[in-house]
Write a protein that binds this ligand. Structure first.
Ligand code: MEV
Length: 377
């Protein structure tokens, strides 16, 4: 068991000792100079640890890199309430991503499509020569299909299992390697060759229950069920109005983004994928979470589903000292892309619960911000 008690009361060095890690000062200029062009300096962000998370029955310290006050406190607070009913349960898809080759001006799209179908096995074999390591670990290209977009344009979609990597560089290499073969086979001209960040076959889901009693602000005048009802109405507001849904999802991304950054992942890709999915899922932009009341068990049911193309290998996961430490802090959750995705979905859900509860109870400025001022979690 991890000791989450009174963590907020410790000094920074005592917190490091409690989690069993000493963090270095971060990225040195020499390493940073290898990463980007025209380097002049680096920019530090606070990294805090969210407490009380129990994900798939496993307690975990959650590193969060974020500049906004109250985010870590709110996530920890809701994780503590979720832990009253066993914490978060997750379900995560295989790490499937899509690579795209834009095809232009085929002399005959039907014949092009037929040629792709007939040669799929051979094309997959060829494509996998660009990622032998991934293939050896059970990943690699799994299927190919052609989708017509207009009389002049189609797209070749390749589904790739990226295992523990996010996969962007691998996919782009495969698409560029495969394109000449596709041109020869279809008579079309290959245009853009790139991954898609709408990774809707790499979804992560998490759910939890919050007992009504734990939501009560003032048990006599405002029962937990009434707070839960107002949270449900807030969720319905987000379902009906994209202006609210955007802010609702922004709160989710406070948590998702903070862990994404702490683990060295591409938060722009995660943001783009999440919002595209929020628009695609129900035909118009809506919330990434779902709420319902369960009067039989006296609790609020909360769940989330979003694409999470996260990696625990590649990129800066091995080179950035703080990222390495954060992945180590996560234990088993820092060793598998699927486990990390389940955890990040849970943090997004906790973050949304925190904002929803504050909005449904005493208001965000009074409630949420007070968590920060009192430094309580
Ligand atoms: C602030 O960073 C996030 C919130 O606006 C989210 C929400 O309104 O649900 C509090």
């Amino acid at each position: 068991m991890l000791d989450f008690s009174q963590f907020y009361e410790l000094s920074v060095s005592e917190r490091q000792a409690r989690v069993g890690l000493s963090f270095s000062e971060g990225l040195d200029l020499e390493t940073a100079d290898q990463m980007v062009e025209n380097l002049v300096t680096t920019l530090a962000l606070p990294v805090g640890v969210a407490c009380h998370f129990v994900v798939d029955n496993q307690p975990v310290w959650v590193p969060m890199a974020i500049e906004e006050p109250s985010v870590i406190a709110a996530a920890s607070h809701m994780a503590k309430l979720a832990a009253l009913r066993g914490g978060f349960q997750t379900q995560v898809d295989e790490p499937m991503m899509m690579g795209q080759i834009q095809l232009l001006d085929s002399p005959d799209w039907d014949r092009a499509n037929q040629a792709i179908i007939e040669h799929e096995v051979e094309l997959l074999e060829f494509a996998n020569t660009y990622c032998p390591g991934l293939k050896a670990r059970g990943g690699g290209c799994k299927n190919i299909r052609l989708k017509n977009l207009s009389p002049k344009m189609a797209v070749l979609e390749v589904r790739i299992n990226c295992q523990d990597a996010m996969g962007a560089n691998l996919i782009n290499t495969i698409m560029e390697g495969l394109a000449p073969k596709i041109e020869a086979l279809t008579g079309a001209i290959a245009g853009f060759k790139i991954l898609s960040n709408l990774s809707d076959q790499r979804l992560a889901r998490s759910r939890c229950e919050i007992p009504y009693a734990a939501l009560a602000m003032d048990k006599i005048h405002d029962t937990g069920r009434r707070v839960a009802q107002r949270m449900l109405a807030g969720y319905e507001f987000a379902c009906l109005d994209p202006y609210r849904a955007c802010t609702h999802n922004k709160g989710i991304m406070n948590g998702v983004g903070a862990v994404t950054i702490a683990t060295g992942n591409d938060w722009r890709a995660i943001e783009a994928g999440a919002h595209a999915y929020a628009a695609q899922k129900s035909g118009h932009y809506g919330p990434l979470t779902h709420y319902a009341l369960d009067d039989e068990h006296d609790c609020l049911l909360a769940s989330i589903e979003l694409p999470l193309a996260l990696g625990v290998v590649g990129g800066i996961t091995q080179t950035h000292p703080t990222v390495r430490a954060c992945l180590e802090l996560l234990g088993e959750f820092g060793k598998s892309a699927q486990a990390l995705a389940g955890l990040v979905a849970s943090v997004g859900l906790a973050q949304n619960l925190g904002a929803m509860r504050a909005l449904a109870a005493e208001g965000i400025q009074k409630g949420h911000m007070a968590l920060h001022t009192r430094k309580q979690f």
